[in-house]
Structures are given as structure tokens and as C-alpha cells.
Design a binder for this molecule. Structure first.
Ligand code: SF4
Length: 162
């Protein structure tokens, strides 16, 4: 609906994403995203006086990638566009953003495992890499974040004691 001319046909499809229940008409409940963030989308910090902003050097390349991933606004357009109703672009942006920064290191493994587990519990579908999510994302979140999430998930799964 971002661009259309008079006379254009609008096709309204049945809503596929069960993890985003319809509230009324075109309004859906996206609180599943909040629960995924609550599961691991945070970092631990010590209290006390503020740390110097430049105390921990971060490679420019990593800072740029983390910044790009952090631009995700949790709109859910990626889920709506995906034929499987996968939330992996959203989750991968959140995981990548923190995995690329030293501040995200303490919970790095538990974060990816917990967020993916919560995503599955919420009933989102599997990613089959159709790239529909990337095409519709208003913040141009790259699907390269999905590849990063898969590496993070594998690494965490192999090295975390149960
Ligand atoms: S469409 Fe883009 S900005 Fe919106 S939730 Fe998905 S990844 Fe985030």
C-alpha cells in the first residue's frame, strides 16, 4: 500500500501468521515479538558511574553492521510477507546487533538459544530463505543477519552445557 494508482487491484489474502492473532479488521497483536525480546534481547551492565564511551574499542566494520541490524523497528512486515510466517529476520537482527558488540558477549550463547526457543514457542514458521522478508523490510535489514544467527545458534548449541 506504499504506492498505488487509481484503478489498481488490491488483493487481500487470508492472514497466515498465527503468532500474530488478529484483534480486529487489519489490526494484529504483535506481543509475540515482545516475549522474544524478553527471552534474551538484552545485555547485563554493572551499576555505578557511566563507563567512558571509548573504553572498549570496536572495529568500524562491526559497529556499522551492528548499527544496521539495530535499525529493526519490530514492525512485523517480514512475518506478514513470509509464506511460512517466519520471524527469523526480526530475531536475527536482534541477535546480530548484540553478538557483534562486546557489550553483548556475556549473554551471547544463552541469548540466541533462548530467543530461538521463544520464537518456536510462539508458533512462527521456519525460514526457507525466500528473501521475501528482506524485500519488504522498511529498514532494509539484510538476510545476512539470518546467516549470522544460524552460526551463532550452532556455536551456542555445541558449546553450551545442558
Ligand atoms: S520488517 Fe524489518 S524492521 Fe520490520 S520487524 Fe522485520 S526485520 Fe524488523
Amino acid at each position: 500500500m506504499r504506492a498505488f494508482k487509481n484503478g489498481d487491484a488490491i488483493v487481500v489474502e487470508p492472514w497466515r501468521a498465527k503468532a500474530f492473532p488478529v484483534i480486529k479488521d487489519l489490526v494484529v497483536n504483535r506481543s509475540a515479538f515482545d516475549r522474544i525480546i524478553q527471552a534474551g534481547g538484552y545485555i547485563s551492565v554493572n551499576t555505578g558511574s557511566a563507563v567512558d564511551g571509548n573504553a572498549i574499542p570496536i572495529k568500524k566494520e562491526n559497529a556499522d553492521k551492528a548499527f544496521a541490524a539495530a535499525a529493526c523497528i519490530g514492525c512485523g512486515a517480514c512475518v506478514a510477507a513470509c509464506k511460512n510466517s517466519s520471524a527469523l529476520l526480526f530475531v536475527s537482527a536482534k541477535v546480530a546487533h548484540l553478538a557483534l558488540l562486546p557489550q553483548g558477549e556475556p549473554e551471547r550463547k544463552t541469548r540466541v538459544l533462548a530467543m530461538v526457543e521463544q520464537m518456536d514457542k510462539e508458533g512462527f514458521g521456519s525460514c526457507t530463505f525466500t528473501q521475501a522478508c528482506e524485500a519488504v523490510c522498511p529498514k532494509e535489514i539484510s538476510i545476512s543477519n539470518i546467516s549470522r544467527l544460524k552460526k551463532e545458534y550452532l556455536r551456542a548449541g555445541l558449546t553450551t552445557e545442558k
